[in-house]
Ligand binder design. Structure first.
Ligand SMILES: *Cc1c(COP(=O)(O)O)cnc(C)c1O
Length: 474
């Protein structure tokens, strides 16, 4: 086993021994790519798909539950709310719900997805930084938990609470300002982050304490320190800051008004190999050491993990349409680029992806590693899934698989060049009953049709501009 680098979330060292759990996932993935080609999901006419490993998703959900079950006092209420933004797909939310996981939503759209998946109000948390009065009213009417981001939002909640009673558990999001990680764009606890009440600012702590003193219905406290690139130690510091504040508030009020801590998500994912590291168990143990008291049963807990639940269970597979050479470097032109891997294409230093080469039948490709570029279909030169990657030479008709893309990738389509959203399919081993083995697929999301692209691009309003009254001639 390689050693875990706390700063990058990467496993370092070569010849990493992959645990059985992770080796099983890699084998299932290879099998699924082959079956997708064999069953015609992938081919010349459908040159890109997203694949989701249902077995792996269930395993991760179980690992999350077990990790916290192992450290909390018996009977502690724990809600693991999946951050819907990581993989906003209704069947995924339904699968997670079946595995005992709720939903953290941050927009009317995400709330609608969670409701469509059958996630009830008791398992839903609303956290957006820009909630409108109408969204707040709906959330309070439904009884969904809400964390107020700032004093103005709390004013709006005050008005709603005066007008009608609500079952919603309510809290305030604080920014513990413990600092950022290696990726600025996903660090939410910097001094000037846009999220929450900046706890170390002049007068802010007193304001928060008074807000709770004045409102007996404020029973939760929320902090989310960041995503990918945040070292575990910094995540723990953010949780510790929230815990300390809750203790202070309850002490000063003289009763346990805050009964639940929402500790956010943000466990980093290892994109460098098939190893799952860090694990939920490691994080839960670290928290129990760093924040003694957090798990002793006095507080209910909410977590909001996103990427760590889904990333390693998704694969984008794209056909190599052409293989060429430029300036001495081989370039594989595939159908996966900026439209499905937006962060990687625009910020490759922060979001590198592993690419696996498969032959035209979907089998893992053998052969010496060749340094090559894996390009996407979009019309700008930076549309590269990987630059200078060393893998078996990709040839026309092969498939390039972008690994660990189950969160914040194919579910986050970017409509550059009007490229269609690819179909997304879940896979699982066929019922072993008949002994035949093999892989079964289920549709998670249909590929987008050309008619849909036209409709979403103003197709119904084709002559709206030409019939708009012309400016008066001078
Ligand atoms: C994005 C987000 C999460 C999930 O972060 P991951 O890195 O995907 O685990 C959780 N809580 C809040 C408030 C978020 O904005």
């Amino acid at each position: 086993m390689g050693s875990y680098n706390d700063m990058t979330g990467d496993v370092v060292g070569n010849g990493i021994e992959i645990p059985a759990y992770d080796a099983g996932r890699a084998a299932r993935r290879d099998e699924a790519v082959r079956a997708a080609v064999e069953q015609g999901l992938l081919g010349p006419g459908s040159p890109i798909v997203g694949l989701l490993d249902v077995t792996g998703i269930r395993e991760s959900a179980a690992a999350l539950r077990a990790a916290f079950d192992a450290v909390v006092a018996p009977g502690t209420p724990v809600l693991h709310a999946f951050a819907v933004k990581a993989t906003p797909l209704v069947p995924v939310l339904r699968l997670l719900r079946e595995e005992g996981i709720g939903a953290e939503v941050a927009s009317p759209g995400e709330l609608a997805l969670a409701r469509a998946a059958g996630v009830g109000p008791e398992a839903t948390v609303l956290d957006s930084p820009a909630k409108t009065p109408a969204e707040l009213r709906e959330a309070l009417a439904l009884g969904i938990a809400v964390n107020a981001d700032n004093p103005q939002e709390l004013d709006r909640i005050d008005a709603l609470m005066r007008s009608a009673a609500s079952r919603s558990p309510l809290g305030i999001r604080v920014n513990p300002q413990v600092g950022g990680g290696s990726i600025g764009a996903t660090s939410t606890a910097t001094a000037t982050s846009k999220f929450g009440v900046a706890l170390r600012d002049e007068g802010a702590r007193e304001w928060v304490v008074r807000a709770y003193q004045d409102r007996p219905w404020l029973t939760r406290l929320h902090a989310h320190t960041g995503s990918q690139g945040i070292p575990l130690s910094l995540l723990a510091q953010g949780v510790a800051a929230a815990y300390t504040l809750a203790e202070e508030i309850n002490r000063r009020i003289g009763r346990r008004q805050i009964d639940t801590l929402d500790i956010g998500g943000g466990l980093p994912v290892n994109f460098a190999s098939d190893a799952t590291t860090p694990t939920y168990a490691q994080y839960a143990r670290l928290l129990s050491e760093a924040v003694p008291g957090l798990f002793d049963g006095r507080y209910g807990l909410v977590t909001e993990f996103g990427r760590s639940l889904l990333a390693k269970h998704g694969t984008i597979v794209a056909r190599v349409e052409y293989a060429k050479s430029a300036g001495g470097r081989p370039v594989a032109v595939t159908h996966a680029g900026v439209q499905v891997a937006t962060r990687t294409v625009y910020a490759p230093g922060s979001w590198p992806l592993r690419i696996a080469a498969h032959d035209g039948k979907g089998r893992p490709k053998e052969g010496p590693a060749v340094v090559q570029d894996v390009a996407g279909p979009a019309c700008f030169s930076g549309d590269l899934l990987a630059e200078g990657a060393a893998l078996p030479l990709l040839e026309q008709g092969d498939f390039a698989a972008a690994l660990d893309t189950g969160a914040y990738y194919f579910a986050h389509h970017y409509a550059y060049n009007s490229l269609a959203r690819p179909g997304v399919y879940g896979f699982a081993p066929k019922d072993a009953g008949d002994g035949a083995g093999g892989i079964a697929f289920a549709t998670v999301r249909e590929p987008q049709s050309l008619d849909e692209i036209v409709a979403e691009s103003g197709g119904a309003h084709a002559s709206s501009l030409t019939t708009l009254r012309a400016p008066r001639s001078r």
